[in-house]
Design a protein around this ligand. Structure first.
Ligand code: PLP
Length: 386
């Protein structure tokens, strides 16, 4: 199998599984208790908090554990919105956010908030001038993702954060697709809130974190026993937190190597495809993207068909984000960069991980060439003389 869908999820590293194991069995205690196995669980949880903080340049007390990227996004966006309702009801976001942000904003619209959705143009990137002109007296939150999950484009978060700060507006960034892939430092990025998820960085599923800058106040979304500074009540998922912590430690140590290595694999594959398949194109900006992500489109074919043919050859790839790949509508992200529905449907997302090899690239290029030719031969919309 060649796994090229690391933006959907990643395998859990052996070192991570090993680190988690004692907290399922030996130290299964509730971290709120005072006897040894509870204290050990609490200690492990706090060590994990330090590991997460170190990856993103935060203080450990600014890290709140959650059950993943979706919960972090919800806690941040609803938390700011409900806390600041009296101050204003306007939120700024972009048209290419993950549903975890987009649907939360849509929910808030139903609750009486107003949301401005900024465009991203052909390159798939929000323009700082657009953020500036969208700000109103009643703007209480800007939420813009760091790296896009479908096309990998990196947004100018540090610049947007500076504007948010100057205007005294809370700034959240969904960094689920950038943490562990490019340098992410909450101070350099000028963010007040930042979401990350464990299963995108070789940690277990069902755990994530939200950075909440000291002094930023959120209304709690989950009500209960008051764990995680009242922001995520419920008995803690200690093994998950330990796994996320270890995954962050590994990601930090391997970051520089992976940036160089994955960029090489990605660019090699992109060049080989674009040079050998006629009417093939890259979606989104060529340079301003995370190292492992490439989104291509092929005139005259259906991405779904291509993914199925590749699966038959043992290659795991995606048409859009995993969450939307079962829907038949064109991807909103590809629409947002100006693609017609027919071109969006002919798109393929490949996302590399550190276990991929140059041989994987060559095999995948050959498999795509064969599959695209096969699909075009059957396609009623493919016309070579076009
Ligand atoms: N945000 C982005 C950009 C994502 O890519 C994802 C997952 O696909 C999420 C949020 C949701 O994260 P989780 O699956 O941990 O809830």
């Amino acid at each position: 199998m060649i796994y090229l869908d690391h933006a959907a999820t990643t395998p859990v590293r052996d070192e991570v599984v090993k680190e988690m194991e004692p907290y399922f069995i030996k130290y299964f205690g509730n971290p709120s208790t005072y006897y040894k196995i509870g204290r050990e669980a609490k200690k492990a949880m706090e060590k994990a908090r330090v590991q997460v903080a170190e990856l993103i340049g935060a203080k450990p007390e600014e890290v709140i554990f959650t059950n993943g990227g979706t919960e972090s996004d919800n806690a941040a966006i609803k938390g700011i919105a409900f806390k600041n309702k009296k101050k204003g009801n306007h939120i700024i976001t972009s048209v290419i956010e993950h549903p975890a942000v987009d649907e939360t904003c849509k929910y808030l619209e139903k609750q009486g908030f107003e949301v401005t959705y900024l465009p991203v143009y052909e390159e798939g990137i929000v323009r700082v001038e657009d953020v500036k002109s969208a700000i109103r007296d009643d703007t209480i939150l800007i939420t813009i993702m760091h790296a896009n999950n479908e096309i990998g484009t990196i947004q100018p978060i540090a610049e947007i954060g500076k504007i948010a700060k100057e205007n005294n507006i809370a700034f959240h960034s969904d960094a689920v697709q950038s943490v562990g892939k490019i340098p992410v430092d909450v101070n350099d990025l000028n963010v007040d809130l930042l979401s990350l998820s464990s299963h995108k960085i070789y940690g277990p599923k069902g755990v994530g974190a939200l950075f909440v800058r000291k002094g930023v106040r959120l209304e709690e979304v989950i009500h209960g026993g008051g764990q995680e500074k009242n922001l995520n009540s419920g008995t803690e998922n200690v093994p998950g937190m330990v796994g996320l912590g270890k995954a962050c430690e590994i990601a930090k140590n391997e970051l520089n190597h992976n940036i160089t290595y994955l960029t090489q694999l990605r660019d090699d594959l992109t060049d080989k495809i674009l040079n050998s398949i006629e009417k093939s194109y890259l979606n989104g900006d060529l340079k301003r993207r995370v190292p492992g992500t490439v989104n291509l489109r092929f005139t005259g074919i259906e991405g779904e068909g291509l993914v199925l043919l590749l699966d038959g050859k043992g290659i795991c790839a995606a048409t859009g984000s995993a969450c939307s790949s079962k829907k038949l509508e064109a991807s909103p992200v590809l629409k947002a960069i100006g693609l017609e529905d027919v071109d969006s449907h002919g798109s393929l997302r490949l996302t590399f991980g550190s276990e991929n090899t140059p041989e994987d690239v060559d095999k995948t290029v050959e498999a795509i060439k064969e599959s695209v030719a096969k699909l075009r031969a059957m396609s009623p919309i493919w016309n070579k003389k076009e």
